[in-house]
Ligand binder design. Structure first.
Ligand code: NIG
Ligand code: FE
Length: 418
């Protein structure tokens, strides 16, 4: 048992009578409460939220945690990250600053392939330590639940090593990880050259890598980079179907660099989410809405790649989509481990309000991962006891200060993950 006290404002993300993600008009309705407040936790779950004067008697002698008058929110959920990378790509960053494009660097064997090389050359200990450091950077900025993708192994052995590194690093940091096999992130050197080689890699992903990743729950999901010059819509569809056959849930990197049809494909296969969506049009949004496919916006990559086309988050909210936000933390397109900076980009460039941006990193991010929104991404009786404390007076400040680390700590109570 534990009681959090000395709280003056709690952002619950739990408006009464609403289940599931917060959609449309409701998305900014974060049900904050003010006063002299306490939160009580029993066996890893929230048992009480409200005025300190109303704390149930059974908690009167429980251990106390002094929250120093700071703002309390649910711990953040980062629903799209690539944390199993070994080294930075700041060298390529300088090339991009000098005028090279992300696609040009990739075509010359850099980009995802340079991260692949570093992963393949790393020892297990190096990979684990690097992944741990990367996840820790997210945790330092308020994240307790992180989705983590492979995708820098690009063969059976190294994709599985990445997934294990994410699992083990999360375990050691007491973070909850959702693991996604992104073997279909790029074509490895062994399978480049012509269409037949590329088809052979798709078959390798579908027939060998995904089934092995699904074994024993190492991965829960599969992802594919559906984009011009990477995986075609038919290839991405094949990956999605194979994933399903092996019990993996599906998400897609879609409409990032051009309008390519990946998000409509994601809707067509009933994917949990389509992510990026800079180039998603109204018809695509309607198809996603009809299919219940969430929209995960990653404006960190739009920013870091210096693109002019930002995802139209406001239109997606108006279209009734479950809109979530994530860092996309990765060494190529989004070396940004700070969710509040991403919230700032989302309000400056994607048309979200500060309240919507926080919802998109908590309750709606839980739904994008198909975590139960009665337990994850909110503060209410029965919810997982994982909280973030913020050194601000009001939640709107999270999206307002840009670049600072506003997180004063993540509080997780024993048993919160199980
Ligand atoms: O989400 N778009 C593809 N994948 C990543 C970038 C990965 C990389 O460049 O290493 C993304 O932007
Ligand atoms: Fe990504």
């Amino acid at each position: 048992m534990l009681v959090l006290e000395n709280l003056h404002r709690i952002v619950t993300c739990a408006p009464p009578g609403v289940s599931g993600p917060l959609l449309g008009e409701r998305m900014g309705d974060l049900a904050p409460v003010d006063g002299d407040l306490s939160v009580a936790v029993r066996e890893g779950r929230v048992a009480f939220v409200g005025a300190r004067a109303n704390l149930p008697a059974e908690f009167k002698s429980a251990p106390r945690h002094d929250c120093r008058g700071l703002l309390l929110t649910p711990a953040l959920i980062d629903c799209h990250t690539h944390p199993a990378f070994v080294r930075s790509r700041a060298d390529e960053f300088e090339l991009r600053l000098a005028g090279a494009s992300y696609e040009q660097i990739a075509a010359q064997g850099g980009g995802i392939l340079s991260s692949m090389k570093a992963v393949r050359e790393s020892s297990d200990a190096e990979l684990l330590n690097a992944t741990r450091r990367n996840l820790q950077r997210l945790r330092d900025h308020g994240v307790a639940v992180a989705e983590g993708k492979s995708g820098y192994g690009l063969n059976l052995e190294h994709e599985l090593r990445q997934l294990r590194a994410i699992r083990d690093a999360g375990q050691s940091l007491d973070m909850h990880t959702i693991r996604t096999c992104l073997a279909a992130h790029s074509f490895p050197p062994e399978f480049r050259g012509d269409d037949a080689r590329r088809e052979a890699y798709v078959a390798e992903v579908c027939n060998n890598i995904l089934p092995a990743a699904a074994q024993g729950g190492l991965a829960q999901r599969a992802d594919v980079f559906c984009e011009q010059g990477v995986f075609t819509v038919p290839q991405a569809t094949a990956v999605a179907h194979a994933a399903r056959r092996h019990g993996l849930r599906v998400t897609v990197h879609a409409e990032q660099l051009c309008a390519f049809g990946g998000a409509a494909m994601a809707a067509g296969v009933g994917a949990d989410s389509a992510d990026h969506l800079e180039f998603a049009d109204a018809a695509t949004m309607a198809a996603m809405q009809a299919a219940g496919t969430s929209a995960v916006l990653l404006p960190g990559s739009t920013y870091h790649l210096r693109m002019n086309q930002w995802a139209d988050g406001r239109a997606m909210i108006n279209a009734g989509l479950c809109v979530a936000l994530s860092t996309d933390f990765n060494p190529g397109s989004s070396p940004i481990p700070n969710p509040c900076f991403i919230m700032n980009l989302a309000v400056m460039r994607c048309g979200l309000t500060p309240a919507q941006a926080l919802c998109a990193f908590t309750r709606n991010a839980a739904h994008a991962l198909r975590l139960d929104t009665a337990q994850w991404g909110l503060i209410a009786v029965g919810a997982r006891a994982a909280f973030a404390l913020w050194d601000v007076a009001h939640e709107r400040e999270l999206a307002y200060y840009a670049g600072a680390n506003l997180c004063a700590g993540v509080i997780k109570c024993q048993g919160w993950r199980s």
